[in-house]
Design a protein around this ligand. Sequence first.
Ligand SMILES: Nc1nc2c(ncn2[C@@H]2O[C@H](COP(=O)(O)OP(=O)(O)OP(=O)(O)O)[C@@H](O)[C@H]2O)c(=O)[nH]1
Ligand SMILES: [Mg+2]
Ligand SMILES: [Zn+2]
Length: 308
Amino acid sequence: MEKGLVIKSTGSRYKVLFDQGKIVDCTIKGKLRVKEIRTTNPIAVGDHVLFDYNTVDFTGIITEVLDRKNYIVRKSSNLSKHSQILAANLDQVFLMVTIILPETPVEFIDRFLATAEAYRVPAKIIFNKTDLYGERELKRMEFLIALYSKIGYECFRLSLVTGENTALLENTMKNKINLLSGNSGVGKTTLLNLFNPTLNLKTEEISDYHKQGKHITTFPEMHPMPFGGYIIDTPGIRGFGVIDMDRIEIYHFFPEIFRKSNECRFYNCLHLEEPGCAVRSSVENGDIDPLRYRSYLNILEDDNRKYR
Ligand SMILES: Nc1nc2c(ncn2[C@@H]2O[C@H](COP(=O)(O)OP(=O)(O)OP(=O)(O)O)[C@@H](O)[C@H]2O)c(=O)[nH]1
Ligand SMILES: [Mg+2]
Ligand SMILES: [Zn+2]
């Protein structure tokens, strides 16, 4: 029996790191069950596992998944019932966004942040490709950075072309287990190659026609960093489905809305049309950004549709 760390999962096969640097291909023991969550994958990258090591053919069979500190799940679409564990045992999650090529919608950012809040994993935002930005894009970026910093999310202005703030980001990721997410084409793989050139991962030009990347990465994979710690690259995703949240619970994952909600007249206020809603007043006077409120309403609306 050996103990190891799952660094890659491709459905039914797993690469497990053990004994300080050895890697073994593993499958799962037939009746292995993971309690508490219903997902399409019982084991994810970042999981600590026990496995039987076959020293004849150097393969392994995973017999147990050790308790998770946390994990993050995504659904294949906003309305889908199928969810997949993206990764487990994370110290922090980073969302990489770009103002252009491609443009990351605010609602996409908010769905990601709400998901991270729901799983209680600290989330940070990386604004990449600053080298491409003109005056208009820089203004947009600064507007979003002000918005998200005020709520409490740390933001980074990054360029993988000029190297702006790469050292700062490296320092923030050092010795931690970091998940890196973001729309296809924002530069996730480029960052991994820069931070660990021995990886030599494949990146691709953004197709001009769609102004979107082409989904090169397919499975989450955990990459060791020379400065200590790991970065988990996630597949190029176009949307981030929020996990199942109770209707009344959704605003708990918008920290600034949650903070304001204790001033609402009704304890079960959903911040829609209720009288005496402090959240709505804050949206009207600008304390809560209307874009964030809009994202909240859209997530609430998804929830409505599920029961129709
Ligand atoms: N100008 C500029 N281009 C960048 C920067 N970072 C990445 N790129 C380019 O953006 C394109 C897409 O980068 P990738 O690293 O493949 O994007 P990705 O996020 O891994 O995309 P998926 O794997 O599809 O999710 C590549 O052509 C990169 O060279 C940057 O800071 N500035
Ligand atoms: Mg990639
Ligand atoms: Zn309210």
